[in-house]
Design a protein around this ligand. Structure first.
Ligand code: GLN
Length: 489
């Protein structure tokens, strides 16, 4: 049995009307137990805590329970978001044994709405990677094909949702880490507008790019979780007000007059299956009354280079706090310098060290103008590209990823190849724009394909309405992994 059919709305309604939240949590835990040996999506499962919260929900007065929009909805949370009294590792050895004394705002808001966190999910160490293979605790496998990666860095969350262990999950997206694994695992993933969701309690990777984002099996699930999480938080000075309105997008709505820009250069960068998915999606939008035209983002080819300077630069500063004194494990040493050296030398993995070195180099005196400042300039021209595009279209349509899920180990020894996974996703982070990945079809080989929608700042509602219409127009009935798929072409 998988929980593939469970939606946020149906689950919450049932629990509001008296269905047993304890049973739902038990079903989730049983599914985790059945799938973990092959997937390894979780780093920590909080069985007792989740069951106790479900029991509390059942004992609540009926009217209080009826007011909870996420009553009994099971959630998996990426292990770089803190949850009080549950271990948080960020996929790193350096945080082994760390138990945070507080809960991230995004998670606390879901809990206050009745959601139940059943576990913390695997990720690339400190969210640096595109495959979860950089986790110090071993990789997660793709539920569609366990010889393949689930994507990353939120690969555990994507696999947890795709395998039906939870209704929804949270990830974080600094350069694509919600959308790329969502695309690889056949689930919906949203990177909200920068600032839309509080970063309080998200372990910082690159603070000017990081956003928390929801993942789910359908657009409405992701929208409903987003509306609960979004909004200003006094603990995050960059946070902005949440959107008002109805969190349930109308799948049957007409798209008459919606202007969609197909980014040709990104279409060309996708493989044949990705291009076929994109063309089908463009046709489906046209059928619904949208007007699809070609647009250009002339500087998007600089996106990867700019991202891989800006993100490591910020990371080199953010990760300075892991010094063996304040958090987690501590290396031995005769003096403080040696303690730092040994803690960081033993505690960080190769990819994290590579980023710290890259970032420190890019910020060093004499190199700052050539690298960091130049990357900031590229970021500005990229933002101008998007602004120019949004002068003539309402939403952009691109692939999410250049290719479907790759094999475990395939890119592990080739950082440059791994970084190319993000070529279609980093643009939204560098510019702060909201973007959503929608599963489209299934390749001949049985792997999910996906398309990406990008909207102007704060226009998540437009992403949801467009994506919901597309979701309803998919050529084949969409089912989860383990069932024979149909090609998307
Ligand atoms: N794959 C990208 C990187 O390695 C993005 C990671 C992310 O979004 N957290 O930096």
């Amino acid at each position: 049995m998988t929980a593939w059919e469970d939606s946020v709305r149906d689950t919450a309604r049932a629990v509001q009307q008296g269905a047993s939240a304890v049973r739902l949590v038990e079903a989730s835990l049983a599914r985790i137990e059945a799938t973990e040996p092959s997937l390894h999506a979780y780093l920590h499962v909080r069985g007792d805590g989740a069951q106790a919260e479900a029991a509390q929900l059942e004992q609540m007065g009926a009217s209080a329970r009826a007011a909870l929009p996420l009553a009994g909805v099971t959630v998996a949370v990426k292990d770089n978001l803190v949850l009080k009294d549950a271990p948080t590792t960020a996929g790193s050895k350096i945080l082994a044994g760390y138990v945070p004394p507080y809960t991230a705002t995004a998670v606390a808001r879901l809990q206050a709405a009745g959601a139940i966190v059943v576990g913390k999910t695997n990720l690339d160490e400190f969210a640096m990677g595109s495959s979860t293979e950089h986790s110090a605790y071993g990789p997660t496998k793709n539920p569609w094909d366990p010889t393949r990666v689930p994507g990353g860095s939120s690969g555990g969350s994507a696999a947890a949702v795709a395998a039906g262990t939870v209704v929804v999950a949270l990830g974080s997206d600094t350069g694509g880490s919600v959308r790329q694994p969502a695309a690889f695992c056949g689930v919906v993933g949203l990177k909200p507008t920068y600032g839309r969701v509080s970063r309080y309690g998200l372990l910082a990777f690159a603070s000017s790019l990081d956003q928390v984002g929801p993942m789910g099996r359908r657009v409405a699930d992701v929208a409903q979780v987003f509306y609960v999480m979004a909004g200003r938080d006094p603990h995050d000075a960059t946070s902005v007000d949440g959107p008002a309105g109805d969190p349930t997008p109308d799948a049957g709505g007409s798209l008459k007059g919606l202007r969609v820009g197909l980014v040709d250069s990104q279409r060309a960068a996708a493989g044949p299956e990705g291009q076929a998915a994109l063309d089908q999606a463009a046709r489906a939008l046209t059928d619904r009354g949208a007007v699809v035209s070609s647009v250009d983002l002339p500087h998007s080819r600089y996106g990867i280079a700019a991202y891989y300077v800006v993100a490591p630069a910020e990371a080199s500063s953010n990760l300075a706090r892991y010094d063996g004194v304040r958090y987690g494990v501590r290396g031995e040493g005769r003096d403080l310098a040696e303690v730092y050296f040994n803690t960081r030398g033993e505690g960080f993995g190769t990819e994290v060290k590579r980023r710290i070195l890259l970032g420190t180099f890019a910020l060093a005196e004499g190199y700052y103008d050539a690298y960091y400042l130049k990357a900031l300039k590229a970021r500005t021209v990229l933002a101008q590209d998007y602004r120019a595009a949004f002068a003539s279209v309402d939403v952009l349509l691109t692939p999410t990823v250049p290719e479907p899920a790759f094999r475990l180990g395939e890119k592990l020894d080739d950082p440059w190849a791994m970084y190319q996974s993000d070529v279609m996703t980093v643009g939204a982070n560098l510019t702060g724009l909201p973007a959503l990945s929608l599963p489209w079809g299934v390749t001949e080989g049985g792997l999910p394909t996906a398309v990406q929608l990008t909207a102007p700042w704060l226009e998540e509602a437009r992403l949801f309405s467009t994506a919901a219409a597309l979701e309803a127009s998919r050529p084949h009935p969409w089912t989860g992994p383990g069932r024979k798929g149909r090609t998307g072409s």
